[in-house]
Design a protein around this ligand. Structure first.
Ligand code: 5GP
Length: 117
């Protein structure tokens, strides 16, 4: 696959683009969002390129989705008070811009009732 066809997250995983990585395990990487929308805004990203969004991930590898959630909980405890919002933008009209499945972990004094990240 040509470099320009790969997602920005694949390039971060490959070490081609720098990122503030806070977690790196066999199947998951997590790094701080470049444009944070909350005091803690971390992207939790499966390393596989197989799934474009959370619907595909849930159908294809539910154990990996569960690992994303568990990783988010651990990171929320490490970087905040353990309470968090987990957002999966799915589709362009819902705000998805990177088609490599990822969760937005948001934590730290979020506005009540605000669902947008
Ligand atoms: P989406 O809009 O697809 O749900 O989320 C993509 C997220 O990736 C956005 O919040 C955006 O700020 C973040 N992002 C895009 N490019 C980069 C990058 O090069 N580095 C980091 N750390 N985050 C990025």
């Amino acid at each position: 696959m040509a470099t320009d066809e790969r997602s920005v997250f694949s390039r971060i995983i490959a070490g081609e683009i720098p990122a503030d990585v806070v977690h790196d395990s066999e199947r998951i990487i997590a790094f701080r969002d470049i444009a944070p929308k909350a005091p803690v805004h971390i992207l939790v990203v499966p390393k596989t390129e197989s799934y474009r969004d959370v619907v595909e991930l849930a159908a294809g590898d539910p154990a990996l989705l569960a690992e994303v959630v568990a990783t988010a909980q651990t990171l929320a405890a490490e970087h905040s008070n353990g309470e968090f919002r987990l957002v999966f933008n799915t589709g362009a009209s819902a705000g998805q811009t990177v088609y490599h499945v990822h969760a937005h972990l948001l934590s730290g004094h979020l506005e009540e009732g605000t669902l947008a990240h």
